[in-house]
Design a protein around this ligand. Sequence first.
Ligand code: MIG
Length: 665
Amino acid sequence: MIRKFMFGTPINTEAAAESEEAAVGSVPFVEIQEGGTKLFYEMDEADIIYGLGENIRGINKRGWIYESRCNDDPQHTEDIRALYGAHNFFVLDGKACFGVFLDYPGIVQFDMGYSHYDRIEITLEDANYVLYVITGENPADITKQFRKLIGRSYIPPRWAFGYGQSRWSYKTEEEVLQVLENHKRAGIPLDAVYLDIDYMEHYKDFTVDKEAFPDLKKLSGRLACEHVHLVPIIDAGVKVEPGYEVYEEGLENGYFCKNEDGSAYVGAAWPDRVHYPDVLNANARKWFGEKYQYLCDMGIEGFWNDMNEPSIFYSEDRLMEFFRELENYTKVRPDMGHVGELRGKLAALENNPEDYKKIWHDKDGKRLCHRQMHNLFGYNMTRAAGEAFERLYPDKRILLFSRSSYIGMHRYGGIWTGDNRSWWSHLLLNIKMMPSLNMCGFLFSGADIGGFGSDTTEDLLMRWLEFGIFTPLLRNHSAMYTRRQELYAFDRTEALAGILKLRYRLLPYLYSEFVKAAVNFEMYLAPLSFAYPKDSFASQVEDQLLVGESIMIAPVYEQNARGRYVYLPERMKLYVFQREQIARKTVLEAGHHYIEVSLEETAIFVRPGHLLPLCAGGLHTEELDWDKLQFLGMEDEEASYLLYNDDGYEKDYENPEHYTRLRKR
Ligand code: MIG
């Protein structure tokens, strides 16, 4: 059951797709204080907290303080509080079992047992919000109700489930063709090559650098013949440059975010001085979204939206102030204190909370300060594109994912988890974060495989791929100046390619499970406890996941490990794949086991009563043969599988023709 409570005059975020009637009576479970800006709950010793979407730490969120404040922070260390998204939904499971969704676009602190291990303390900046309290049988049931409330998750075209190769940046047409060629030559599956900011002319959105990419349409056509898609990046900031069409149009129509005096707000990002499109304003949103057509006309069918927290490298006032202060330093006798001070001041130039107070939006005819609705920006930038695609290409799915997000955005696009590092701990973080994202509706998601920052190693990339092949978004991306991370940059290219080949063999299952999860408001990647709610050990397992209805995975995420401990809540059949081929299989009883999984191996556990369909594989999603499937599962039992498939672009997901009930022969 969902109960909705309104406090003050909330900003309409459109996070919920269904409009519930506000409930009368008092809020159950949580105690509300300080005029509504503080929420409390006393936890029991064994209570578990699930959810909060994109955040650091575990599946169980208890014991840390998280902040919903969309932030461009590339340091995803254990001690930070905020990442790029704001996902205010969690489920408490223990003595009581309930879900809370705080539909509030301002900044929120979720103290989940940080100040006091037994206490949840939620702090909002003001008391204008909608609170949903959801009760149900267990976390899975509550999550499903929540997902229905917020509406169906975005479903990308089928090719987007293929492998994508990215780098900041492939700077020229030749380089892109080289990437394609290298994949072909080495027999590495490939469905997409990503373009980072350098394809643009001086980082101007909706332009192409003519010298580096003389004919992008021709290039995308050439790639399309090879079943490969080009996926360009779009940044939130529009370059301030007289004569540049997007800038001129935006300025003329008042479509940019403003200062208090009504002039366009100036921030800074890659193009240097930028204006931010006021995507909270419906007209500006329509305008900005339709700009994507410029690239669609060149055959582009996918985009990633970046810098949309929005990121502000510096504001001019603050930088000038800093310069003035620097002059004072010339008059002092220098010491260590000054160095520390200066470092602090320099760091404070970036994404300064005070700057967000100076930005104004024009939402539904009202002028509102950005600070109150900071967490809606990335959501609405991506919504701008999603809505435009819906109008311009109603019959076609287009790939779209964003860095910043808020619940509600999950209907328009997916997310990637931003600037992680080539660290083993970030592989584990990826594993733990996925189910929380799924709970909040972000099914189409994934991390930069191999790690974005820092130098990767072959074994890290291999282990990461062995997990990444189960995440819907499967993209290898790395930062400038880091070690090359393409699969052909290592000694064991064939083994790395083999793991991707396993992904393609699994695609009929993974795609089918993904679409069914979206349509039925289910989890695609789930914690074990969602399927085994009565198993008290299962709820403590943080490094194994269920992928759809048929399988459990237990990735290896430690360097030099040749296996790992695994917990089986019930009897399962273990298949160990060496690259894309089955190397061994065995039935394991419920309980604790140590399993051997060498570097080139991937372990998949098939649940009893379920089947895992497997196709022959291919080098592009277009090449897969969905009619010839092999079934993995227990030999001695009856089982069937409901397979979903479509033409990869159409949107009639409920059409019964897309579903086939398969049985083992
Ligand atoms: O300030 O476009 O998260 O994926 O490669 C960095 C360059 C801007 C951040 C994104 C990353 C991308 C990078 N961008």
